[in-house]
Ligand binder design. Structure first.
Ligand code: FAD
Length: 490
């Protein structure tokens, strides 16, 4: 294997890695970004729609891995969506240049100020709400759909039904911002541009419309001329060198996942932005394999952000249902967060199956009552997650209460057709924590016990933030990088 020397290396191109890359490169600091997935934009390959899964549908699997209806066989390919299966929970992740932004629903939600303060008592809440959150939303290109469009568009019938029924049941509904360009969507609707959200594209990637990170932070970083992106570079483990730099053991893979080259990259400074599960795996595995020192806090305070899926069948079954045409981009939420007994936030999710299934799908975001813990099993060479039904039982109570209230007011039944017993307790899109800010790291993401090692991604958030997390991950990354650049990188 060949050895290369680099000043600053970032592992992972999701929200944390992209913010770090832009803030460093714009200060004229050369950055190497390592990403195990494909550079989809550069490759010229197309993302596939949900009803016709192709190359982008799954990371090196022979069958699709969507949350339901996995009837499709696949050729093994370095696709954009991955799933980690643990005994009681399945975690979905994005792979490729742009990380989770390639496959997510684009919901760009700023958390409630009070809850943010509760989760991060040591951060300057005022500064976050006056500066870092607005900055994150501006760079991410967050926008809101026009009410006029939502009122008439047949692709948003599922949302109108969802909001109407929620109101009838006494719940408060809210409009949810997104990074999908709604002006583009209006043009899609008028058939002026190629369709994406209105053509069933999202979880296997959007070919148009969505402002994923490759169109925002990473594009700006690349324009500085100081950014090098190495795709299909999978970091296996990290060794601390005697001079306090880091040696990365890397497999360069082809699109079938086979190693075609083995590399060592020495990095003077290393930023881990491999996502909650990726950064945890790198640290815990390296600790086992190369004795990389890790702090006792690593792996603690992990959570699923209270994710709990559920749904209702027989929704308006005799009056048109939820619609056969559905946009893949959610726009509505139910805010029940202030309730003392059943606090939760609900995403009114689409179910774009190409036919009217008279079914409403909901992703509940609940509080956490109990943290999970992540460890590494050297024999199996895999992450282990201490997480079971005791962590999700209060979320199930909330889901039961929510469905009961909705069904009493509107009719309908629990969605037995979608999940076992109608509850998807094991579906997680928002893994958070394990390398918590101010515990496993200092207050700016410097890893305890290290001089040149940083963590900037979702793992800094202790398991819960009350809403979809990427705006918060971006804002925290902005905050950390502002300080780190001044103190460590100039
Ligand atoms: P990630 O975005 O996960 O990026 C990490 C990157 O590191 C990946 O590209 C990965 O391939 C790479 N990597 C990992 N390990 C290695 C390694 N060893 N070597 C090289 N590269 C590596 N959030 C919202 O706010 N709104 C939503 O609407 C929303 N919808 C979602 C829908 C789905 C289906 C999914 C899966 C997630 C959704 N999320 C949503 C969650 C959101 O996408 C994540 O919280 C976010 O992407 C996490 O950002 P991150 O920077 O921590 O890491």
């Amino acid at each position: 294997s060949e050895t290369f020397e680099k000043e600053v290396v970032i592992i992972g191109t999701g929200y944390g890695g992209s913010v770090a890359a832009l803030r460093l490169t714009e200060k004229n600091i050369p950055v190497t970004l390592l990403e195990m997935g494909l550079n989809w934009e550069k490759s010229g390959k197309k993302f596939s729609p949900m009803i016709n899964p192709g190359h982008s549908a799954a990371w090196l699997k022979t069958k699709t891995i969507a949350p339901f209806m996995n009837l499709f066989r696949l050729d093994k390919f370095t696709g954009a969506l991955d799933r980690l299966d643990f005994e009681h929970i399945k975690i979905w992740l994005g792979r490729g240049v742009g990380g989770g932004s390639l496959v997510n629903g684009g919901m760009a939600v700023t958390p409630k100020k009070e809850y943010f303060k509760e989760i991060f008592p040591n951060l300057d809440t005022e500064k976050f709400y006056s500066h870092y959150f607005p900055l994150a939303n501006k760079e991410l290109k967050t926008n809101v759909a026009s009410e006029d469009f939502l009122k008439d568009c047949d692709f948003y019938k599922f949302n109108r039904v969802g909001e109407e029924e929620a109101k009838k049941a006494g719940f408060k509904t809210v409009r949810v911002p997104n990074v999908y360009d709604f002006r583009y969507m209006e043009k899609e609707y008028r058939n002026e541009v190629p369709r994406s959200a209105l053509a069933g594209e999202v979880i296997y990637g959007n070919n148009h419309g969505k402002n994923s990170l490759d169109k925002t932070y990473l594009k700006k970083a690349a324009a500085t001329g100081n950014l090098e992106i190495l795709e299909l570079h999978q970091v296996n483990h990290i060794t601390q060198n005697p001079d306090k730099s880091y040696a990365l053991d890397i497999s360069v893979i082809n699109t079938n996942g086979q190693e075609i080259q083995h590399k060592i990259i020495n990095a003077r400074k290393l930023i881990l932005s491999a996502g909650t599960m990726g950064s945890l795996e790198l640290l815990l595995k390296s600790n086992s394999v190369t004795q990389l020192p890790v702090d006792q806090h690593i792996g603690k305070e992990w959570g699923n952000n209270g994710n709990f899926m559920t749904g209702r069948n027989w929704v308006k079954a005799f009056s048109g249902g939820t619609g056969s045409k559905q946009s893949t981009i959610p726009v509505g939420g139910i805010d029940h967060w202030e309730d003392k007994k059943h606090p939760f936030f609900v995403e009114i999710a689409p179910l774009p199956m190409g036919m009217n299934v008279a079914t409403s799908l909901y992703l509940l975001v609940n509080k956490l009552k109990k943290f999970g813990e992540v460890t590494y099993d050297l024999t199996d060479q895999k992450l282990q997650l201490n997480w079971d039904e005791s962590h999700t039982s209060h979320m199930k109570d909330n889901a039961k209460y929510f469905l009961r209230t909705m069904n009493n007011a509107n009719g309908g039944t629990r969605a037995h057709l979608l999940f076992k017993n109608g509850f998807g307790a094991d579906i997680c899109y928002h893994p958070l924590g394990g390398i918590v800010l101010g515990k496993a790291t200092d207050q700016f993401g410097r890893l305890n016990g290290h001089q040149n090692l940083y963590v900037i991604d979702g793992s800094l958030i202790p398991g819960t933030i009350g809403v979809n997390p990427f705006v918060t991950i971006t804002a925290i990354a902005e905050y950390c990088m502002e300080h780190l650049i001044k103190e460590d990188f100039s």
